[in-house]
Write a protein that binds this ligand. Structure first.
Ligand code: SAM
Length: 227
């Protein structure tokens, strides 16, 4: 079975708005067999939030190989056409992926070749193998640059999922920027509350904003006030 784009044309207008073309076009996904290794990316809360909010635009900050992206995208597809999942990632790995050399899901998963990670190609292939390239728009950049672009373009997301760097100041900066990207009443949530840096940043942010944090397992959830 062919897994190239030809069978499933991309439809999100964001592909052209961001890339000026279709990044899936001509990509040989068959060269990268499906590998949806990730961490907590199939948690039922991801599905429940999409079902509840019925978002048109979801921004995921930190996508890795696409496990959580595929979970979101499948649910967005179920809601009907015209919905977009913007996946923001450098696809260069976080600090922990460069630090931890032996765990196969950390440094080895970056697939460094000639000194540069090949993670992005695995992500793109996984999106194609999963048949969700009509929804998923990759945004290969730092979380803050992507946020600046989204704000410049006046994008307002219904849902933002933050799962990029786990260092306190990075997470706090992601929260600060993507809080602005989220529409009033929108949901900003993320993974890994068990990481000390994530916990400290979320605690600091909710105190600063005077909002409540919901917690389920290792996930944290904030709702931006409606006005
Ligand atoms: C924990 S993984 C994401 C896992 C993914 N959400 C899943 O469930 O499958 C973190 C990702 O964030 C990315 N990342 C880390 N710091 C970043 C930054 N400052 N800007 C953009 N991406 C970043 C890494 O490249 C990595 O792919």
């Amino acid at each position: 079975m062919s897994t190239t784009l030809a069978a499933v044309p991309s439809r999100s207008p964001w592909l052209h708005r961001l890339h000026g073309g279709d990044p899936y076009e001509g990509f040989d996904a068959a060269a990268y067999p499906l590998d949806l290794q990730g961490w907590n990316g199939t948690h039922p809360l991801l599905v429940e939030i999409v079902q509840k909010v019925r978002p048109e635009v979801v921004v995921e900050v930190g996508s890795w190989k696409g496990q959580s992206a595929v979970t979101f995208a499948r649910e967005l597809q179920r809601l009907g056409p015209g919905r977009t999942l913007l996946c923001v990632d450098t696809w260069l790995g976080g600090l922990e992926h460069w630090r931890e050399r032996t765990r196969p899901d950390f440094f080895p998963s970056l697939r460094v070749r000639h000194g540069y990670p090949g993670l992005y190609w695995q992500f793109l292939a996984n999106i194609v193998h999963s048949g969700v390239q009509d929804v998923v728009v990759p945004f290969p950049n730092t979380s803050l640059n992507a946020a600046r672009w989204l704000l410049h373009e006046q994008v307002r997301a219904d849902v933002v999922y933050i799962d990029a760097s786990h260092e306190e100041n990075d997470v706090f900066a992601d929260l600060t920027y993507y809080w602005q990207v989220a529409r009033p009443g929108g949901i900003v949530f993320g993974d890994d509350l068990g990481w000390p840096g994530v916990r400290a940043a979320v605690d600091r942010f909710v105190q600063q904003q005077g909002v409540q944090v919901g917690v389920r397992d290792n996930l944290w959830v904030l709702q931006k006030p409606s006005v």
